[in-house]
Design a protein around this ligand. Structure first.
Ligand code: MN
Length: 489
């Protein structure tokens, strides 16, 4: 659905409705062993300044040498974003001073980026598919880190991150709510992870978002935007957009003007605050880096990479809908991460695919979420969950007992078939045993029997009693049939 067609997500102000317009610049660290222009390691968490080459430290006379792996990964990412790959691109110097940038400039790409326009489809929970345009993707160097909390009176500098390859992925201003912005970043991260081009670990800073927010009356041109820098969690992105949109609406409704500026989000206070007036591109005095030749690729090289991409979330989702008969929403949930999709496919193989999807999404994801665990930490393996489904399908246990069994396997582990055997969880299909329970309940509740005869839906009460008396093990179908016969309904 295009921006114009989609249902509005307008914010109510004191003087009418406002439209929020969001675009994002995402910095994604390239998965590669070495940095963009030096051979130093990109490993995370080592002692400060232990991974700094002479190039990273900008020693006199050092020359950058492009790391082909970073280029390859950026092209693969561009292909995954359905974007145009430019066979010729240029590295530029973006000049500014920062204590953790010893060169005094960042090597980036400005007028001729490696990757041009593309598109990401974002699935919203209500089934809406939002198309978000990608403006460009370019390669650039990460800066080091200034550490302000290690010393009482001094700031320290760690250059381990200095020179690590970044992909800056710029979206068009196609997002219309905090929820869409969160979903966009989640989808982008999923694509990067499927491709293996960025680990997407926001806590470690491998994925950071600069969020551009403006507001306008519907149908008006774009308003002045503020850029919220380096937001490092999907939740914070939502909070920052909501706060910032409200702030801008407040100013405009009071007759004020929005200043274009760079702001910071303070997660503790849940607010954004001004950091500096927004600099314009010309402030950086971009010029082509004389140390680097333009990057030229052959069409064959790019085609070979395109032919070797893994199945990405959109294609996997389409396949899950087509081959497994899943709803678009269930399919979208399952393909959210490659690991969850793989888990699901292992469970679904040779079994009822929809039942498998229900169990993975409702029981397993529900339980994992409750404990804040990822699928990698699931105490239940696909084989174990598959066994539970087989036990239901073979009518050895009821759906209700299956949930109890799920809990046992979750907390204690073990072979589901053995557990059912040794703990006596087998469903009672023996009609005479069920009949005996029913007879007792009917004898003890003559008033309910009379009511049920008048109003047959009250059979549900009897079913509940029988299930309770059998500790959930009576076969529900047999219980229903016997009850109807005995109550004469
Ligand atoms: Mn950048």
């Amino acid at each position: 659905m295009s921006v114009a067609e989609r249902p509005n997500k307008l914010l109510k102000g004191a003087t009418g409705d406002w439209e929020v317009v969001v675009g994002m610049e995402v910095h994604a660290q390239v998965t590669s062993k070495a940095k963009l222009f030096s051979g130093a390691s990109t490993a995370f968490g080592n002692p400060p300044n232990s991974q700094v080459s002479l190039v990273d430290a900008a020693m006199p006379g050092m020359l950058p040498v492009i790391n082909e792996e970073c280029v390859r990964q950026a092209i693969r990412t561009g292909l995954g974003l359905k974007a145009r790959i430019h066979l010729k691109s240029v590295f530029d110097r973006k000049n500014y001073f920062y204590p953790d940038l010893p060169q005094g400039y960042q090597i980036s790409q400005y007028k001729s980026p490696l990757v041009g326009e593309g598109e990401v489809t974002v699935d919203m929970p209500d089934g809406e598919a939002v198309k978000v345009g990608i403006e460009r993707l370019h390669l650039e160097q990460d800066a080091g880190k200034s550490l302000h909390e290690q010393h009482a009176t001094m700031s320290l500098v760690d250059l381990n991150r200095c020179g690590v390859g970044l992909m800056e992925i710029v979206s068009k201003p196609d997002l219309r709510s905090a929820e869409e912005a969160r979903a966009y970043l989640a989808k982008l991260r999923a694509i990067l992870r499927y491709l293996g081009t960025c680990d997407g670990d926001m806590e470690k800073g491998s994925l950071r978002a600069d969020v551009n927010v403006s507001v306008r009356r519907q149908g008006e041109p774009l308003g002045t935007r503020c850029e919220i820098k380096n937001v490092n969690s999907i939740r914070f992105i939502g909070q920052a957009i909501e706060y910032e949109a409200r702030r801008q609406i407040g100013i405009l409704e009071d007759g004020g003007r929005i200043e274009q500026e760079t702001r910071l989000f303070d997660p503790g206070k849940g607010e954004t605050r001004s950091m500096r007036n927004k600099e314009e591109a010309h402030d950086y005095r971009y010029f082509p880096d004389p140390d680097l030749l333009p990057l030229e690729l052959t069409a064959e090289y790019v085609e070979a990479l395109a032919g070797d991409l893994p199945e990405l979330p959109d294609e996997k989702k389409a396949r899950f809908i087509r081959d497994y008969g899943l709803s678009p929403y269930d399919a979208a949930v399952l393909v959210g991460e490659r690991t969850t999709a793989d888990f699901y496919e292992a469970v679904a193989k040779g079994r009822d695919a929809k039942t498998a999807a229900n169990w993975v999404i409702n029981e397993l994801f529900g339980r994992l979420n409750k404990e804040g665990k990822g699928i990698e930490q699931s105490p239940i393996s696909p084989d174990q969950l598959g066994d539970i489904l087989d036990l239901i399908a073979a009518r050895v246990i009821s759906g209700k007992i299956a949930k109890d069994l799920f809990e046992i396997v979750w907390s204690e582990g073990g072979d589901p078939w053995n557990i059912v055997e040794t703990r006596g969880l087998k469903q009672v299909t023996d009609v005479s045993a069920i009949e005996k329970i029913i007879d007792e309940i009917i004898a003890a509740n003559p008033d309910k029997v009379a009511q049920a005869k008048a109003k047959p839906t009250l059979i549900g009460w009897f079913v509940g009693q029988v299930m309770r008396a059998s500790a959930g093990k009576a076969n529900p179908q047999a219980v229903n049939e016997l009850l109807k016969r005995k109550l004469g309904i």
